[in-house]
Design a binder for this molecule. Structure first.
Ligand code: SAH
Ligand code: SF4
Ligand code: F3S
Length: 483
């Protein structure tokens, strides 16, 4: 099915609701001298974070003043609108949301006019919407990721019709262009290139909540990146659940056939200094893409390549569509083409039926690949996924012990790799003073390693700085600027 774009009429309709809410907010300010505040709180991944920037963009256009935090018990600091942008990839992500929603019940008693909304991945699940309807009566507004561009319309119903709006998405998803974005950073920016996922890994809820794969048109992506460069953005991260299948759903994409073409286009047509992207599914990582990473200087020598397990048997049951050997071969090809590449991964421990022997295969793969970093997760049952109904769930204590062993191994490898960088000089995009120590600057290397450094005139934010690495830690490097 070709990807459908949200129509211009639909977006114009949303602008109409936006204007009415804006008038409502301006009238309030005229009579009270106060500006209504709104807070969007993000619970999920980078994609979710970027969605929050769009939600904030729409709310700003509606005349709300965005605030970074809210109080649940001090009346003046309870935001007029609180919107939770949720995640459901693991159980603890959902539990966190329910905890915070419970805490907001008291806030609503103190300030009955406040509006509480929940959106994102969690609320793409009918059972979660039902739970909120029943238990969290303080919630006024619910909608899922696929309907996020309709926030103005839903909010309009809550405000002017005094309705409780609890939407369950009805489409597999479309692509909405032209949604305003309120970016959290002026140096680095997220750019979504595709939505959804078609892979249905047997443990994963994402394809159910994000819908089918939909790519944005290359011309729209290029226009966005050009705009970002004009505004001083130094680094972009292209986002998609599986960027390697970019463009496959588009019938006419102005000659851009795949993700490698898109990288070439952005490097050729813009002056963006750094491009990162995530996530790459190993089954679709082509030699064309490897060549594009090697060829384009702006494409960072860094790759996030989730392996999930080192056991071919488990990988098959996960529906990952590659074996341990194929993955290792891929890593070898990447390293041959781009020797300096830093690699990171995602690993799940305790997938149903995982034996000690399977787990040891994961450990040995980690030793063989030597990742710079790894995100390790304890398997979490997700309602509606095939793995959740399996009888052979691994006992909690066994999973925890394996998880700790994996973490210890990865930490020691990460530390060794970082130790190997001591004495080198690396180029760092400076992000300004370190949050923990104002006397030091912080930034990242092309390989995405955090470097805290001394030296410089304190005005290095946004500059590429050559930093001599003096010392290594497990998660970061320390150095001195060479000016
Ligand atoms: N599309 C990306 C990642 C999506 S979710 C990819 O395919 O790599 C991010 C990570 O969460 C996954 O890579 C996986 O390691 C983890 N994850 C997904 N579902 C999970 C589950 N049910 N339990 C534990 N971890 C999970
Ligand atoms: Fe989930 Fe697999 Fe899709 Fe990644 S590729 S989002 S792990 S189903
Ligand atoms: Fe991201 Fe969580 Fe949704 S990981 S895609 S916010 S389920």
């Amino acid at each position: 099915m070709p990807t459908i774009q949200v129509s211009t009429e639909e977006m114009t309709k949303q602008l109409h609701f936006t204007r009415e809410i804006r008038n409502w907010n301006e009238a309030y300010t005229a009579t009270t001298g106060r500006v209504r505040t709104a807070c969007v709180r993000t619970f999920g991944c980078q994609m979710n974070e970027h969605d929050s920037e769009k939600l904030s963009g729409m709310l700003t256009q509606m005349g709300f003043l965005m605030v970074p935090e809210y109080s649940v018990n001090e009346e003046p600091k309870i935001a007029d609108l609180i919107l939770f942008n949720t995640c459901c990839v693991r159980e603890n992500a959902e539990e966190k949301v329910y905890g915070h929603l419970g805490a907001l019940k008291g806030a609503k008693r103190i300030k009955p006019t406040m509006i509480t909304g929940v959106c994102g991945c969690m609320t793409e699940q009918p059972h979660a919407v039902e739970e909120i309807r029943r238990v969290y009566k303080n919630v006024d507004l619910v909608f899922g990721t696929r309907a996020a561009h309709k926030l103005p319309e839903y909010l309009h119903q809550v405000i002017f019709d005094n309705k409780r709006v609890l939407e369950v998405s009805k489409t597999e998803g479309e692509v909405a262009e032209g949604v305003p974005v309120e970016r959290a950073d002026d140096l680095k920016a997220w750019v979504t290139i595709m939505y959804g996922c078609n892979n249905f890994c047997s443990y994963c809820i994402v394809p159910y909540v994000r819908g089918r794969e939909r790519s944005r048109k290359a011309t729209d992506i290029l226009a966005e990146v050009r705009g970002l460069v004009e505004n001083g953005i130094q680094e972009i991260t292209l986002l998609g659940q599986n960027v390697n299948s970019y463009g496959k759903d588009l019938e006419d994409n102005d000659g851009i056939t795949d993700f490698a073409d898109l990288l070439d286009l952005l490097c050729r047509e813009t002056e963006i200094p750094r491009i990162r992207f995530m996530t790459s599914h190993p089954k679709d990582l082509s030699d064309r893409l490897i060549a594009a990473i090697a060829r384009n200087k702006s494409v960072c020598n860094q790759l996030h390549l989730p392996v999930q397990s080192g056991s071919s048997r488990v990988l098959k049951e996960m529906n990952r569509k590659y074996t341990r050997e194929e993955y290792l071969d891929l890593v070898a090809r990447i390293r041959k083409a781009v020797p300096e590449i830093t690699l990171s991964t995602d690993i799940i421990v305790g997938f149903p039926g995982e034996t000690e022997a399977d787990f040891e295969q994961t450990l040995s793969l980690v030793e063989q690949v030597r990742y710079d970093s790894a995100y390790t997760f304890i398997y979490s049952k997700r309602v509606g996924t095939p793995a959740a109904t399996r009888e052979d769930q691994v006992p909690e204590d066994v999973v925890k012990a394996r998880f700790d062993r994996l973490l210890a191994l990865q930490n020691s490898i990460g530390r060794e790799i970082n130790d190997g960088l001591v004495g080198r000089t690396l180029e760092v995009l400076c992000e300004g003073p370190s949050r923990t120590n104002e006397d030091r600057m912080t930034g990242r290397t092309e390989g995405n390693k955090i470097v805290n450094f001394i030296g410089g005139d304190g005005n290095l934010r946004g500059k590429m700085v050559r930093v001599h690495i003096d010392h290594a830690q497990t998660w970061s490097l320390e150095g001195t600027a060479e000016l």
